[in-house]
Design a protein around this ligand. Structure first.
Ligand SMILES: NC(=O)c1ccc[n+]([C@@H]2O[C@H](COP(=O)([O-])OP(=O)(O)OC[C@H]3O[C@@H](n4cnc5c(N)ncnc54)[C@H](O)[C@@H]3O)[C@@H](O)[C@H]2O)c1
Length: 274
């Protein structure tokens, strides 16, 4: 059911790669809720993915931009304002990649050039989106910027490797820039800390399936789906959440507040009896 929550709003949605991507779901919901927006991704992802199909379904223009390139991001805002006919009301940052994780490097054997690349793509790019947005005065008063995070920013998950540092930095940028942009233009900046979700980025992590099941059993509501994550992002883009800013918001079915669940206690008891 649609509520018209984003009627009259203009947006930029990054990170839709295929139909499992969180950003893909956000784009479909944003369209349903009445927004107009552009879609962006790294030039290479544009060539691979079904993003053209999404663009068609959403009547959205595709604008390639490498999230590490200030020049690309400048072009993204300028073109988006041209195409959409005004300043941008909401931006989704749904971008993440660790070269070390992808290439199976362990945390005790990190390649530091790859680490820097991963931090640039996954965290510093949020700063670039915000700084360029501010310099071009491209984001409307009371605009909303949302980035996707993960609880490895607060707690150690061995398999998450240097993406944990990237997420900690991402959340810190959301706070620091949220302060600055809030003062300057009432623009709000938040991160959503999402449950493990079966996407390309998610399943690139070793042991992901087992961890997905663990989180499912730990969360009283179960893992939050990508569709529900999209619903949450829409509320943050809407005028119903105007005073929410500089927050890291858990969207995880209760996982982050659970010590241990009955299901896991039972599983361990059964294992001990064997
Ligand atoms: N899947 C999960 O379990 C999970 C959980 C919590 C948070 N997140 C976060 O959600 C966000 C979206 O990931 P997803 O799970 O939808 O996976 P996904 O693989 O569908 O999306 C990641 C996107 O990042 C894009 N990207 C990578 N390098 C880029 C670059 N240089 N420039 C521009 N774009 C680039 C990819 O092309 C892709 O579209 C990421 O920040 C991810 O860390 C995912």
């Amino acid at each position: 059911m649609a509520y018209g929550l984003l009627k009259g709003k203009r947006g930029i949605i990054s990170g839709a790669l295929d139909e499992n991507s969180i950003a893909w779901k956000v784009a479909l919901k944003a369209k349903e809720e009445g927004a107009i927006f552009t879609l962006t991704n790294a030039p290479i992802a544009m060539r691979m993915g079904g993003i053209q199909e999404l663009a068609k379904a959403c009547d959205a223009q595709l604008i390639p931009a490498d999230a590490t390139s200030v020049e690309d991001i400048e072009n993204l805002y300028k073109q988006s304002m041209d195409v959409l006919g005004g300043k941008i009301d909401f931006v989704l940052h749904s971008i993440g990649m660790s070269v070390n994780v992808r290439k199976g490097k362990s945390y005790g054997d990190l390649n530091y050039e790859w680490m820097q690349k991963g931090l640039d793509i996954s965290a510093i790019s949020l700063h670039k989106f915000l700084q360029v947005g501010e310099k071009l005065d491209a984001i409307s008063d009371w605009g909303s910027v949302v980035a996707l995070s993960y609880i490895a920013a607060q707690r150690t998950y061995s398999f998450y490797s240097d993406m944990a540092e990237a997420k900690a930095m991402l959340e810190s940028i959301a706070r620091s820039y949220g302060y600055r942009y809030g003062k300057a233009k009432n623009v709000r900046v938040n991160t959503i800390s999402q449950s493990p979700t079966k996407t390309k980025a998610g399943s690139g992590i070793e042991g992901f399936d087992a961890f997905y099941d663990f989180a499912e059993k730990m969360s009283p509501l179960g893992n939050a789906t990508a569709d529900d994550c999209a619903n949450y992002a829409i509320t943050l883009f809407s005028d119903l959440t105007k005073y929410v800013t500089m927050q890291n918001l858990y969207h995880d079915g209760g996982y982050s507040s659970t010590g241990i669940s009955e299901e896991l206690v039972t599983m361990i008891q059964q294992q001990n009896q064997q």
